[in-house]
Design a protein around this ligand. Structure first.
Ligand SMILES: [Zn+2]
Ligand SMILES: [Zn+2]
Length: 255
């Protein structure tokens, strides 16, 4: 599997980090995890196969994770010739069907019926879905909003876990244990800590319990970038740490 972090920022606007979005590729599968503002253009900037995306998975319904979905659907329908004909699979927590209906209320019926089929999979915590080409996706509930989930993407004996947005949760650490890559939100500095997001120290505590082979940090509000993120985490967790940038690529070798 290849992971590309497209959007490593938030609504704490940064000149170098757009809102949340990450692409996982393996075989013919192009799985976009979240689709916040700026992600559609990052796909093009990184020369990635935006037209060939097969799946979009929403971790939750905050604007910084969903707002470029309409842009992408419009691009597939009206931004290329010929327009897209292949099915798109949208995966999300319970409520995703209603989210797309409300998006269509806002943007127009083309969003729900863009001339290519859109299948919606509402994935309950603990359930898994077959992505094709030997890949599966599963999710677990995380503390952030009522619907928020974290995802586990499995293929070839390897595993990427993506937190989405979340506060500290030891149950999540147990679920994520031993992941090859833990793509982990790192929103806020200690002095701005809240229960629905992580700080570097809380990322460190989570990683110390989950023991990923590689901890990849994302979803930075700008104040946290002025702190010693790496130092705060390595006080807890001894493994490799990467601070992802928009366009960083991580190869997860198999076998
Ligand atoms: Zn959020
Ligand atoms: Zn967010």
């Amino acid at each position: 599997m290849r992971l590309t972090t497209l959007g490593t920022g938030t609504v704490s606007l940064s000149p170098s980090r757009v809102c949340a979005g990450h692409l996982v590729q393996r075989g013919a599968v192009r799985l976009l995890l979240d689709c916040g503002s700026g992600v559609a253009h990052r796909l093009v900037q990184q020369n990635l196969d935006w037209a060939g995306i097969t799946h979009v998975a929403f971790s939750h319904f905050h604007t910084d994770h969903i707002s470029d979905f309409a842009t992408l659907v419009q691009a597939w329908r009206y931004g290329q010739l010929p327009p897209r004909s292949a099915e798109l699979v949208v995966i999300g927590p319970v409520g995703t069907v209603d989210l797309l209906r409300r998006m269509a209320d806002l943007h127009g019926d083309w969003l729900r019926q863009p001339g290519f089929p859109i299948a919606v999979i509402e994935l309950a915590p603990g359930a898994t879905h077959d992505l094709g080409d030997g890949m599966t996706i599963g999710c677990t509930k995380v503390p952030h909003t009522d619907e928020s989930v974290a995802y586990s993407i499995n293929a070839g004996g390897r595993r990427i876990v993506y937190t989405g947005d979340m506060g500290y949760d030891p149950m999540f650490a147990e679920w994520a244990r031993g992941a090859d890559v833990l793509l982990c939100e790192c929103s806020l500095p200690e002095e701005l800590a809240i229960d629905s997001h992580l700080t570097p120290a809380r990322c460190g505590a989570l990683a110390a319990a989950a023991l990923p082979k590689h901890l990849v940090l994302t979803h930075f509000y700008t104040p946290v970038e002025r702190t010693d993120i790496r130092g705060a985490i390595s006080a807890h967790y001894p493994g490799p740490i990467s601070l992802a940038e928009d366009g960083s690529t991580f190869e997860i070798e198999e076998g």
